[in-house]
Design a protein. Sequence first.
Length: 214
Amino acid sequence: DVLTRDRFATRANIIDSAAALISAHGMAHLGINALADAAKCDKVLIYRYFGGLDGVIEALAAERLLWPRVELTDEESAGDASLADAVLTLVLAEWAALSAGALMLQASSAELSSAGPLGASTSMQRREAHARLVTTLKSQHRVPPYIDLPAILEILSAAVTAFALRANLGSVASGSDAKTIVGATFDPSTPQGWRRIEKTLAAMTKALLDASAP
């Protein structure tokens, strides 16, 4: 009926507005009044449908993609592709998705700072995604028992997450401030910095994983 449609439309609008505010300004700028203004609704409705701000964040975290869902294509997983190549492909795909996703970047920042339900949901999505990727990699490649593949994937993923966050921070800074934030000689927000990181990641995965090949 009309009331049901209006209720779901209002609820969706509030979640959309919360996602937009977090993406643009971070969790620190998300408040009841700011959210009501962004959603163009009475803040009473936020309490009615979600019980408050925490309920909005919990609903957003449950319904939105906060961590990249990356997979190997058939072409990438077939033929002579090594385990090192596969891991590098997945880690770089996560980096690309994070770099292009404002909400994901803010969610990753929330996870690092243990910021409530958004950070907790991001952590859960990341763990589930990595568990799935490890299962896929083990089904396609021989992984010796002395290789801790989950730990390697987690460490490399943590590194590119940090680079994505640093690059985003650098992109909103300017002049000498940007150099102070990201480092004058190593800037992951530039193509040169990106290629340098990619080259080093390739060398690391090859050294860690190709040596394990039979």
